[in-house]
Design a protein around this ligand. Structure first.
Ligand code: PLP
Length: 496
């Protein structure tokens, strides 16, 4: 199977090439030329398999130039070697008769980005060996918190790859800083930047575009690459858990083979929900995707009106991983709905230059056939955390609470009784102060105190990756100016 680009249908590259390079050279996103189709028998047969084995069954449909050995290796190391609690990366919890929660946060950083970032390094290492004739890769990440740690955990000690992470010195929580600054691994570097997230992000972009830096690295056989959510290698592992959830519901007897389900997805960059859409196009029986947003409700408006309008206020909310105005993976959906690379190029140019665009009524109709948009503000999010804990004894984080609220509103507005899966993207302990306050307690300054109080109050246990942090040794203390980022990278590449 070959991969093409959302902005140029002439592009045709292998999966290895697409994953090792990340983005197509004209700026488009890679996607398969066609989506493999699966039968209901195939889906039902997943019920008997481990998550790692389910992942292999899906990945081998897409990554056709990878060897069986490489795929076995990747899924085993990612999903069956102890990184996820009980080696169960995507368990389902039952909320009501017709509603389950798909918990994607049992990995090393307690958030759903682990689902892809635990396997991406293995896919990238094998892909680079084939497509980049053995060049070394240096991954650069600018992070406002969660992605940085998940990428460090995934890439630490990956063969042939090193990783440097930049975070804003004043822009992450004490817990997030400690998570990153205590990272182990011989191939990692972590820097605090004097400035905000945009300074870190612009600095990384400038290094990618700096010919002198790239030439210097090339002399050492090093190629820069990125691990952000537009890489196909992050999207394809996310398709797996939609099938996995369906297979588990079949096994539990909550679904009959062929019956449709709804998925409710707390959405930021549109990567998670898009993976579900691809699963549906491959043959998974889905009724609706409910796209759940917070106060940054640009996607809610887009689904309602067909107008994508980024000329609006940016809000800092209790669900920070969804505080996004430009959802990069939407580009892939636009391509899928239109099959028109020239149109997608035009829309993306309009978005960049005028900060808004609108789609034709034909495309809008296709969009609303599959997607329903709902947003939930912070006050409602807090009320939901409290009520779900009291009424159902289920503790959820702020991002998941947005999805629960979106589902309640969807159900009230449509009366749809279809079996529904709420995708849960973070452990409540990852956002302990906000969750504690939603439960009516004062959180105070000390995040570990909040974590312990949350555990005592709710009788739930503190995830091991968070518990060990209190004793963690800090390795990385450098605070640098954005102007020094390139020099630091060159020094790191030389092993200085
Ligand atoms: C990244 C993230 C999201 C948003 O996922 P997208 O794929 O960007 O839509 C939601 N919740 C949490 C906790 C996240 O870390």
């Amino acid at each position: 199977m070959l991969y093409t680009s959302t902005r140029d249908k002439q592009v045709a590259v292998t999966a290895s090439f697409a994953i090792a390079n990340g983005i197509s050279k004209e700026g488009g996103l890679y996607l398969p030329q066609f989506l493999p189709q699966v039968s209901m028998e195939f889906i039902a047969s997943l019920s008997a398999l481990s998550y790692a084995a389910r992942a292999k069954k899906i990945l081998e449909l897409f990554l056709t130039d990878y060897s069986e050995q490489e795929l076995d290796d990747a899924v085993t190391r990612a999903y069956a070697a102890g990184q996820f609690e009980d080696n169960l990366p995507a368990p389902l919890a039952s909320l009501t008769e017709r509603c389950s929660v798909l918990e994607l946060w049992h990995g090393p950083t307690c958030a759903f980005k682990d689902m892809a970032l635990q396997i991406l390094p293995h896919l990238m290492a094998a892909g680079a060996k084939r497509a980049l004739s053995g060049k070394q890769i240096l991954i650069l990440v600018a992070t406002s918190g969660d992605t940085g740690k998940a990428a460090l955990e995934g890439f630490c000690d990956a063969p042939g790859i090193s990783i440097a992470v930049f975070y804003p010195d004043q822009g992450v929580s004490a817990m997030q800083r400690l998570q990153m600054a205590s990272q182990h691994g011989e191939n990692v570097a972590v820097y605090a930047i004097e400035g905000n997230f945009d300074d870190a992000q612009s600095g990384v972009k400038a290094i990618f575009g700096d010919k002198a830096v790239n030439d210097l690295l090339a002399e050492q056989n090093i190629l820069l690459s990125s691990a952000n959510s537009i890489n196909w290698g992050r999207l394809v592992p996310q398709i797996v858990y939609y099938f996995s959830a369906y297979a588990d519901l079949l096994a539990e007897g909550k679904l009959k083979a062929g019956e449709r389900v709804n998925f409710v997805v707390p959405t930021g960059n549109f990567g998670n929900i898009l993976a579900g859409y691809y699963a549906m196009k491959m043959g998974l029986p889905v009724n609706r995707f409910v796209c759940a947003s917070n106060q940054n409700n640009i996607l809610t408006d887009f689904i309602q009106t067909g107008e994508y309008d980024a000329r609006r206020n940016f809000y800092t909310t209790l669900s920070p991983s969804m505080d996004i105005l430009i959802s990069s993976n939407l580009e892939r959906l636009l391509f899928d709905l239109s099959q028109d690379d020239a149109l997608v190029s035009d829309l993306m140019r309009e978005l960049k230059e005028q900060r808004h665009y609108h789609v034709s009524s034909e495309i809008h109709k296709k969009l609303t056939d599959c997607f329903y948009g709902v947003f939930v503000n912070d006050a409602d999010c807090q009320e939901i955390i409290r009520r779900i804990q009291q009424e159902r004894g289920y503790l959820c984080d702020t991002h998941t609470a947005v999805a629960v609220g979106a589902y309640e509103r969807y159900h009230a507005e449509t009366g749809d009784e279809t079996q529904t899966v709420i995708v849960s993207t973070a452990s409540p302990y990852k956002f302990a102060p906000a969750v504690l306050e939603a439960l009516g307690e004062q959180a105070g300054e000390d995040e570990f105190a909040a974590v312990k109080r949350l555990s005592a109050l709710t009788g739930t246990s503190i995830p091991a990756p968070i518990a060990v942090l209190e004793e963690a040794k800090v390795r990385f203390t450098k605070v640098i100016s954005p102007a020094d980022m390139a020099n630091e990278i060159i020094a790191f590449a030389k092993g200085e």
